[in-house]
Design a protein around this ligand. Structure first.
Ligand SMILES: [Zn+2]
Ligand SMILES: [Zn+2]
Length: 272
């Protein structure tokens, strides 16, 4: 169910059923492990037999279109520990599900909450897709900013310190990042929606390895512009070193304790 904030009318999702979801960190059995397949809704996609990647609808969905991608059968696996082809397949399947959900939702957010401090309730390696019936404020606001911009801020390859690059992507430490140690992976070509999953998966593994040197908990979030061709999609990744606290909530302004040059200098060692 969708509500609105009282003054600006920004959307709010009302999902009281999510209170029921198990917290594996507090001792609930893991519903994502092999043998517990009956604890999740019927699967939508899988890779391998026995499976190494599984996709199913979220049992406690925040919206009507919410799916979970379990990226490994091993409970304690890490994204950066997957073999390169396994990680690539995981991102390829995630992109497939993104495109499938995009035909039913106005916007689809792909994200990973890894570790309790990043908002996970289940430690087992997984990512999520949540489709909404509206374009959420962040991609909407950013899409409008791309329309207004004289030149695309993400096509400028010298604006932000470079951590590493592949043929199709730049991994950068953006100036003006909201979180310490935040990085963006940006397609070099001006694309408004997801394209190449393979080089991306490899950069995401490098980033996960780098971030886990800072904190075991991290998030990644895809920002895409399916309805705004002026937009330039990107992936934002950051380890969790601080909570979002009173000042951030009261001002929508973030305090970042790490300079982009420092992030680029340290993380470039993790380029594989
Ligand atoms: Zn598990
Ligand atoms: Zn661009």
């Amino acid at each position: 169910m969708i509500g609105k904030t009282p003054i600006t009318g920004d959307p709010v999702i009302l999902a009281p059923g999510r209170e029921e979801r198990p917290n594996v960190y507090d001792g609930a059995p893991c519903p994502f492990c092999p043998g517990a397949e009956d604890q999740t809704p019927p699967e939508i996609a899988r890779d391998g037999d026995p499976w190494r990647i599984r996709v199913f609808p979220n049992r406690y969905p925040p919206t009507e279109h919410a799916e979970v991608v379990v990226e490994s059968a091993m409970h304690d696996d890490e994204f950066d520990a997957l073999s390169p082809d396994h990680a690539q397949r995981a991102i390829e399947i995630t992109f497939d599900r993104y495109h499938a959900l995009a035909s039913k939702a106005a916007y689809v957010c792909i994200f990973k909450n890894h570790g309790r401090q990043a908002g996970a309730s289940i430690p087992h390696l997984h990512s999520q897709l949540v489709g909404t019936s509206f374009v959420p404020p962040r991609p909407k606001r950013e899409g409008e900013a791309f329309v207004r911009a004289i030149s695309c801020p993400l096509c400028n390859s010298t604006a932000h310190p470079l951590i590493g690059e592949t043929k199709h992507y730049r991994w950068i430490a953006p100036r003006g990042a909201r979180f310490a140690w935040q990085q963006w992976i940006v397609p070099k070509a001006h694309e408004h929606d997801l394209v190449e999953p393979y080089e991306l998966a490899s950069l995401m593994q490098s980033s996960a390895r780098a971030m886990r040197g800072i904190s075991e908990a991290f998030n990644w979030v895809f920002i895409t512009f399916p309805h705004e061709r002026s937009g330039h999609w990107y992936l934002e990744l950051f380890p969790r070193t601080a909570m979002i606290a009173g000042f951030e909530i009261g001002s929508d302004v973030f305090v970042n304790t790490a300079m982009s040059e420092t992030v680029a200098g340290l993380f470039s060692d993790f380029m594989s």
